[in-house]
Ligand binder design. Structure first.
Ligand code: UDX
Length: 475
């Protein structure tokens, strides 16, 4: 919104200069947002329908793995500014600005997003609010959702059109959630009025005062920013993984290729790391939901390429299984495979759409005896894939293995000594699904080392993992 069309502050309805905030939904996004805002000095009430989550947070326990968050939760609780509840009545009474942070998973039988949780959170809240307030969506939603929710809110709330809706997409990465929330690359405010913008500015004052760039847009653009950003990131990953397929057919090395591309400042190295591809609670379902919504809007052709991005990504999983089978001598039946990693990326316990767990499951499906070890994701993995065997340590997982496959690039897997591991396995054969191991060190220790998109044999030109990561600035 340009300054020309912004009415003078004096004509705006009253703005709460230090608004009281509620955060509806206390998962990865909501819990981090609630804690961070309290740390920044706001009075915050976190709300969830799950009493177990609320009890844990009240007791100072973060119910998922997120580095740095437990310390910040303790700090926020000690400040007396952060509280949690299951009561929407309390939330409606308390808040000036209400953030909606509930999940928008993929629908069971379609690519579209399931908006039941968003609809229910907004409805339950709005029907209890009886004064001017701002509801701010942070969840990732299909374009048009904010407009639809505005109508819904005006219908169900006693405050009617006094309640406004805004959209403030969140770009936090798991594992970096606190840092990304307190020091975001940018803030995006999707608003329908100058009052909503002013109220959001008040709600993010310390972050804006820090010099964080702000882009103020309409509601539809705000919704689109999030899915467009995730689509771009997914495309970048699938681009380099498509190049890995070409490398495999030509004897070229995708690691060297990625590093050489990364030094071109127009391309940049971030999200150019080849390997097993993307997973998690966002990228896969967001590109699918975007495709589904674009088709509904009659612009399916414009994002048709995202189907290919998804396809390339899923092929990395089957190709990894192919490599393991190849190393195992052509069949997986009865072979002992050590699967290092279950989560969709390191420093997380999240196994949603995790390529690692998918590969472990496929190996098991071909008759392999799969032993999985992950530093943080064991409990979640066991719940979803109880048929796999879970080992209590790297050493236990690789014991007597015919092939070791690295599926998530946890630091402790990178740090493992190939000579020590070599004394435990039956065969020194390793598939590096994340290009995280030092190929030279493994080969020097007598291992047969294979990675997607890399030549079978040692070469004169070898790039250390550290040098490659420096080029790719991997965060
Ligand atoms: C992502 C977005 O980065 C974030 O902005 C958005 O808000 C939520 O979705 P997250 O799901 O936490 O965040 O994970 P991210 O760090 O982006 O990684 C996604 C997946 O891509 C992981 O499985 C990771 O292993 C993979 N990846 C990432 C690659 O395969 N190569 C890369 O170069 C980067």
């Amino acid at each position: 919104m340009s300054d020309q069309i912004r009415p003078a502050a004096a004509t705006l309805p009253p703005i709460a200069e230090h608004p009281r905030l509620t955060v509806i939904g206390t998962g990865y996004l909501g819990a981090t947002h609630a804690v961070s805002m309290a740390v920044l000095g706001y009075e915050v009430l976190g709300v969830d329908v799950d009493p177990a989550k609320i009890d844990a947070l009240l007791a100072g326990r973060v119910p998922f793995h997120e580095p740095g968050l437990p310390e910040k939760l303790a700090e926020a609780l000690a400040s007396g500014r952060l509280h949690f509840t299951t009561s929407f009545d309390e939330a409606a009474r308390f808040g000036d600005v209400h953030f909606i942070c509930v999940g928008t998973p993929q629908q069971r039988n379609s690519n579209a997003a399931d908006l039941r949780f968003v609809d229910s959170a907004v409805t339950e809240l709005a029907r209890r609010i009886d004064r001017k307030a701002l509801i701010v969506g942070k969840s990732t939603v299909p374009i048009g959702t904010a407009q639809r929710l505005t109508t819904l809110v005006h219908e169900v709330s006693p405050a009617g059109a006094d309640i406004e809706l805004a959209w403030n997409p969140e770009f936090l990465r798991e594992g970096w959630a606190v840092e990304d929330t307190l020091h975001p690359d940018r803030l995006v405010f999707g608003v329908a009025s100058a009052w909503a913008e002013a109220q959001l500015r008040a709600a993010f004052r310390p972050i804006l005062d820090d010099g964080t760039p702000l882009v103020v847009v309409d509601l539809a653009t705000a919704e689109l920013v999030k899915v467009a950003a995730n689509s771009f990131l997914a495309t970048k990953i699938s681009f380099i993984n498509a190049m890995a397929e070409v490398c495999e057919a030509t004897g070229a090395d995708v690691n060297l290729l990625a590093s050489a591309l990364a030094y071109d400042s127009r391309i940049g190295g971030r999200f150019l790391k080849p390997g097993l591809g993307f997973g998690g609670g966002c990228l896969p379902k967001d590109i699918r939901a975007f495709t589904a919504r674009a088709e509904e809007l009659g612009v399916g052709n414009a994002v048709q390429f995202l189907r290919e991005v998804d396809g390339i990504n899923l092929r990395r999983r089957t190709r990894t299984v192919d490599l393991v089978r190849e190393l195992a001598g052509g069949t997986l039946e009865g072979k002992r495979i050590a699967a290092l990693g279950a989560t969709f990326k390191p420093n997380s316990d999240d196994i949603r759409d995790a390529p690692a767990l998918d590969v472990a499951h496929m190996l098991h499906g071909e008759g392999a005896i799969v032993s999985v070890y992950d530093p943080a994701g064991m409990e979640n993995a066991r719940r979803v894939r109880p048929d796999l065997h879970y080992a209590p340590s790297i050493a236990a997982a690789v014991m007597d293995a015919d092939v070791v496959v690295l599926l998530t690039e946890w630091q402790q897997f990178r740090d493992a000594n190939p000579r020590d591991l070599g004394t435990l396995v039956r065969e020194r054969k390793v598939v590096d699904g994340r290009h995280a191991l030092d190929a030279d060190r493994y080969r020097a220790a007598g291992w047969e080392y294979r990675a997607l998109g890399r030549p079978t044999h040692s070469r004169t030109v070898e790039l250390s993992v550290d040098a490659r990561d420096a080029a790719l600035q991997s965060a």
